[in-house]
Design a binder for this molecule. Structure first.
Ligand code: HEM
Length: 419
């Protein structure tokens, strides 16, 4: 019997210091071993903190995302869940082949790199509008004023939400997807919003069936693969998955990425001097700031061995992609931010068949947003001491509640007061 250490992930990441800087916690977990034991939602399970094992499991078909495909496993679906939540549970990220392949092929058609590249002009326009409004403020909350509204506006437009509905739609989505709403009380309070979102999305699908447009919902309504189509429920489930998977993740990439640039002035300066580094800078922000910390749980379909540790069939595995991204064996000087890092085989978008469908969109938004922000504000300074920044209490998604920046157009606050 191989000895494996036991960890309590909730406890490890509960302390404010761990949320502000999870790097030492991940280092400790990796040091404990390649396979750790932990109790989670599904009972006794395993945690993988190192790069090699994380990648190996992500590409191994002996692990399922759909718990029903595991001996003795049941669905996560519960009678009391609002319809919209059931939709998420039945979405393709929690499915295995062949269901997963069928759904992914249908959505991929509506989500091609060309379709995403065509959005470039609109993303630029939305970015400039948000920066115009932000530039009128002495202190900008990068989250509220920029990182949050950008992906939300883009996805609302992509989906074909009519102009007149966009503001209430954005407000509704922000409430439903607020990841701090994870306590039972806030869940109950949020219930009516989930119902409202469900009926909003159904109306949107009906509208786009009757009045097709040049948008994603129309493309999904029309998507057909070998005579196959998405059912109404599958369609709603897909749209909700796109909203859920694509919203806070990109918000956190922009927020965490800008914070790290401000905290690493030499890297920020390098990027200002060599704007061509933006693509590798974004990859490094994805690796180093880890907007998404864990992927959906994987379940062993049969008895398996990982790094010499027997994993009985049915076991749930938590794959710490954030920790994998900070693994020294895969990334030299892993705990340093280096915007020129190459190669950079991070797993921030996952790996294998569930590799992030929205990766081209997330990259596009960051590639437009961050350089535009730097061009607009030749000086960016934290407007509060770094220790005062508050992080959202979510183990899987790493993001700030707020990021107050003083955005003097030229010269820092210190330089101005010295002058
Ligand atoms: C920085 C931004 C983003 C990050 C870090 C991210 C990360 C991820 C990760 C790690 C997975 C794999 C989940 C797993 O294997 O269990 C994933 C899947 C997915 N992502 Fe993203 N994502 C981002 C943005 C987006 C956007 C903008 C969209 C769409 C609008 C999107 C849509 C999806 C979908 C649909 C899946 C499921 C794919 C499948 O199951 O085949 N993501 N994402």
């Amino acid at each position: 019997m191989v000895e494996t250490a036991r960890v309590d992930l909730q406890r490890e990441f509960k302390a404010p210091e761990a949320r502000a800087n999870p790097i030492p916690v991940y280092a400790k977990l990796r040091k404990l071993g390649p396979v750790l034991r932990s109790a989670d939602l599904f009972g006794e399970g395993f945690v993988l903190p190192r790069y090699e094992e994380v990648v190996r499991v992500l590409k191994d078909p002996r692990f399922a995302n759909d718990r029903r495909n595991v001996p003795g496993g049941s669905s996560l679906d519960r009678w009391w869940m609002p319809a919209i939540m059931r939709m998420l549970i039945s979405s393709m990220v929690l499915k295995d082949p062949p269901d997963h392949r069928r759904l992914r092929n249908l959505v991929q058609k509506a989500f091609t790199p060309v379709m995403v590249e065509n959005l470039n002009g609109r993303v630029e326009q939305i970015t400039e509008d948000l920066l115009d409004a932000a530039a009128r403020k002495p202190v900008v909350d990068l989250m509220e004023d920029f990182a949050l509204p950008l992906p939300l506006t883009v996805i609302a437009e992509m989906l074909g939400v009519p102009q007149s509905d966009r503001i209430p739609f954005r407000a509704l989505i922000a409430k439903v997807l607020d990841s701090s709403a994870v306590t039972p009380i806030s869940f109950i309070r949020n219930y009516p919003n989930m119902l409202r979102l469900n009926s909003f999305l159904r109306k949107l699908v009906k509208l786009r069936r009757e009045q097709p447009g040049d948008d994603l919902v129309t493309a999904l309504v029309q998507a057909e693969e070998g005579g196959d189509r998405l059912s109404e429920d599958e369609l709603i489930s897909m749209v909700f998955l796109l909203l859920f998977a694509g919203h806070e993740t990109t918000v956190n990439l922009i927020g965490n990425g800008v914070l790290e640039l401000v905290r690493h002035p030499e890297q920020l300066q390098k990027l200002r001097e060599q704007p061509d580094l933006i693509d590798s800078a974004i990859e490094e922000m994805l690796r180093f700031t880890n907007p998404v910390g864990i992927v959906a749980p994987r379940f062993a379909k049969e008895d398996v061995e990982i790094a010499g540790v027997p994993i009985p069939k049915g076991s749930a595995l938590t794959l710490l992609i954030a920790s994998a991204n900070l693994d020294e064996t895969a990334f030299p000087h892993a705990d340093e931010l280096d915007i020129t890092r190459s190669p950079n085989r991070h797993v921030s978008f996952g790996y294998g068949i569930h590799y992030c469908l929205g990766a081209p969109l997330a990259r596009l938004e960051a590639r437009v947003a961050i350089p535009a922000l730097l061009r607009r504000f030749p000086r960016l300074d934290l407007a509060v001491p770094a220790e005062k920044l508050r992080w959202r209490p979510h183990i899987g998604l790493r993001g700030l509640e707020a990021l107050p920046l003083s955005v003097s157009l030229a010269g820092s606050a210190a330089e101005r007061s010295a002058a």
